[in-house]
Design a protein around this ligand. Structure first.
Ligand code: SF4
Ligand code: SF4
Ligand code: SF4
Length: 294
């Protein structure tokens, strides 16, 4: 068993300890749970070749999703979507209070991607936890003319809460339960935004997946979260790279990439796969008969 499989668990335990002692017991659970789920997935995937390797990552997504949906979303009324992040950024600017929502964003989507790129998308996203289990075998490329839609969706996601605030929506009274604490617990208002936002995401994700015959169609076309991680992913520490073995030019890696990355071109030129679309899923490496990608 590779030591590398245990790195997510070690990171999870370290973050859980470091943040748990800062004032909220939940961090002791959340981070080791997420790291542990990814480690279990990596262990299951180890040694598997071809499409069989996907089962590890799909399992990881399934294990991690309850943290975000049940524990944080429903039990803690914590909405980790972009809209709530905008609300809490306003709070940070006004009061200096750093909340759990912003801690999640900082670790999973701003700073973390400098190390693991869009590994969050590949192994821990709760929307992907559903998409990856949809009964769709095909992986058709998404026409480029649709992939720009994410950008206006991103702008809309930022503007929506600002418009609500401008119209007088008292989000602090409706969303924040423990004002003044370092870590704030949500109120029913936050739960309503969480349920509504996720319902929209899941409905769109299912519809797009079946329409385009690709499980990750939502990621390619509509998800605004991907925009936040793109720049860091280009320079991330972890990226698929050439192993030194010769590429035969078979094209299997491109065909099985869920994010339509031109992997063959990167590997053929002896370059790391620095595409901002890579979600570090490992499909390309698992499918390559020449073992040209590691
Ligand atoms: S692109 Fe969006 S929906 Fe897709 S995995 Fe990443 S965060 Fe999740
Ligand atoms: S990297 Fe591997 S899967 Fe991709 S084209 Fe080359 S030999 Fe085929
Ligand atoms: S380039 Fe490889 S690791 Fe990245 S998304 Fe495509 S198949 Fe997955």
């Amino acid at each position: 068993m590779k030591f590398g499989n245990f790195i997510p668990l070690i990171i999870g335990l370290t973050l859980g300890m470091a943040l748990g002692y800062q004032g909220w017991w939940g961090f002791f659970i959340i981070f080791p749970w997420i790291g542990g789920g990814i480690t279990v997935g990596a262990i299951v995937a180890e040694g598997k070749r071809g499409r069989k390797a996907e089962i590890g990552r799909r399992l990881s997504l399934l294990l991690v999703a309850p943290v975000f949906i049940i524990f944080l979303g429903i039990m803690q009324r914590e909405n980790l979507q972009i809209e709530e992040t905008v609300f809490y950024t306003l709070l940070l600017l006004h009061t200096g209070i750093l909340t759990r929502v912003l801690i999640h964003y900082a670790i999973a989507k701003i700073i973390g991607p400098l190390i693991w790129g869009r590994g969050y998308c590949g192994w821990a996203c709760w929307t992907a936890a559903l998409m990856e289990w949809l009964p769709i075998r095909e992986n058709r490329p998404i026409p480029k003319r649709y992939t720009w839609i994410r950008f206006p969706v991103f702008i809309f996601s930022i503007l929506l809460p600002l418009v609500f605030v401008w119209m007088g929506y008292d989000w602090v009274s409706n969303h924040v339960k423990e004002e003044g604490a370092i870590i704030l617990r949500g109120k029913p208002g936050a739960l309503i935004w969480f349920l509504a936002g996720n319902a929209v995401y899941y409905i769109a994700a299912i519809w797009l997946a079946f329409k385009f015959r690709k499980r990750r169609a939502f990621c390619k076309i509509a998800c605004p979260v991907s925009i936040v991680m793109k720049a860091q992913t280009r320079i991330a520490l972890l990226q698929p790279k050439p192993s030194g073995n010769n590429c035969s030019g078979c094209g299997a890696c491109n065909k099985h990439c869920p994010m339509d990355v031109d992997v063959m071109s990167y590997i053929g030129q002896g370059r790391r796969v620095s595409s901002s679309e890579c979600i570090l899923c490992g499909n390309c490496s698992a499918i390559c008969s020449q073992k040209a990608i590691r």
